[in-house]
Design a binder for this molecule. Structure first.
Ligand SMILES: Cc1ncc(COP(=O)(O)O)c(C=O)c1O
Length: 390
């Protein structure tokens, strides 16, 4: 059985002098995954034309053998809980969300709803969709860490209006690191006639995922954060009734040949991140069924309690709302402005600790990502360093 923690660190390229507690931001693939990606690059370069034009993607939907991307999709699909033919590859969730928002036939007067926990770039994509379709954009204010799961569902239900056509809502929110009750949220939205686009940027590999069972209309997530896949690799899924009107944000040869044909070839680009995904997922599983998720969750949950005790700050996040990341309040003396957040983040960076710091009206928070190359020593080091500062 593998011992997780610092002992695993040399299986990553990460600088050994850095306490790296920010896996969630852009991911960090293990060395073995990068080696597999290089192997694929070499395979492509032996005969680029054959690989890129004839083997990679089937843009007519008529090939007798599955293309390389469809072979990869068949292996990734069970990991996220969809049928292989329904799994669409996108560069990242920003691209996935844009595909939905920019192809959905909104009507003038419709409302697009986002939440206060939403990720800025995705909220801007919704803003653009609202602007270009003559729709309103409205934000439902959600509580930060400490509220019970049902309170998020109730707030959303109370915030919907008859004209709320689509809501963009996180399954696992960015700064707050909260796992939201997405199935229950989808239920109340559908009762109101509101369609649900779920942002699962942090979900694949962080918590167990079965997209088809969630009852959402669209789901998009990244593999390059917690599924150990190289950047950039995201996935998108749409419920059957929405597939006819869905298109990638970039149109290419696959138009009118079915969704996978449309999404699998968006001009010439590097496909190796997606093609490496099956290897990365297999590596994740090689540590034992659910072992990585379980270690990461236990470490994140412990970190929440340990850091808040060390700093004397409140911590009331229910365990079921925590995956492999946790957001913890910093002591009041560090301030509450965006400048205060940047100052502290830079101080920590100077001390070789990488962790995001976010400003809120009532103070600063850090978001700790737990990954198998981290252990309690890293968290204790963060706690002590913050205690010594300020
Ligand atoms: C909740 C959430 N949504 C969307 C994104 C954007 O991801 P990407 O830049 O890979 O598209 C992030 C990035 O961290 C995120 O945390």
């Amino acid at each position: 059985m593998t011992t997780f923690g610092r002992a695993l660190r040399d299986q990553w390229y990460l600088d050994p002098d850095v306490t790296y507690l920010n896996h969630g931001t852009v991911g960090a693939p293990p060395r073995a995954v990068i080696a597999e990606q290089f192997r694929l690059m070499e395979e492509i370069e032996r005969h680029p034309a054959r690989f890129m034009l004839r083997e990679l993607a089937d843009t007519t939907g008529e090939a007798t053998e599955p293309s390389r991307l469809r072979q990869a999709a068949a292996q990734v699909a069970p990991f996220v809980g969809v049928q292989p033919d329904d799994l669409l590859f996108v560069d990242n969730i920003t691209t996935g969300a844009n595909s939905v928002l920019r192809s959905f036939p909104f009507r003038t007067g419709d409302e697009i709803v986002v939440t206060s926990l939403g990720y800025g770039g995705i909220t801007l994509a919704a803003t653009y969709a609202a602007r270009s379709n003559g729709c309103d954009l409205r934000t439902i204010d959600l509580p930060g860490p400490g509220a019970a799961p049902h309170e998020y569902v109730e707030r959303i239900e109370a915030g919907l209006r008859p004209e709320s056509r689509m809501i963009v809502v996180d399954h696992l929110a960015a700064n707050s690191a909260l796992v939201l009750p997405i199935r229950e949220i989808a239920e109340v939205c559908h009762r109101n006639g509101t369609l649900v686009l779920a942002d699962g940027a942090h979900v694949p590999g962080n918590i167990a995922l079965d997209i088809e069972s969630l009852g959402v209309d669209w789901y998009t997530g990244n593999l390059h954060k917690w599924a150990w896949t190289p950047r950039s690799s995201g996935v998108l899924w749409a419920a059957p009734e929405h597939r006819d009107v869905l298109h990638p944000a970039v149109i290419s040869w696959g138009l009118d040949h079915g969704l996978t044909a449309e999404f699998d070839l968006l001009g010439t680009r590097d496909p190796t991140a997606h093609l490496t995904a099956p290897f990365a997922i297999e590596l994740l599983h090689s540590y034992g069924e659910g072992a990585v998720m379980s270690y990461n969750h236990q470490l994140a949950w412990w970190s929440g309690q340990y850091l808040s005790d060390a700093w004397g700050t409140p911590f009331a996040t229910p365990e079921e709302m925590i995956g492999a990341m946790v957001s913890v309040r910093l002591p009041e003396r560090f301030g509450s402005s965006a400048d205060d957040a940047t100052r502290l983040r830079d101080e920590l960076d100077r001390r070789n600790i990488e962790v995001p710091v976010t400003a809120h009206p009532d103070g600063l928070t850090v978001r700790v990502s737990a990954q198998v190359y981290c252990d309690r020593d890293d968290i204790e080091h963060l706690a002590e360093t913050v205690t010594e500062l300020g």
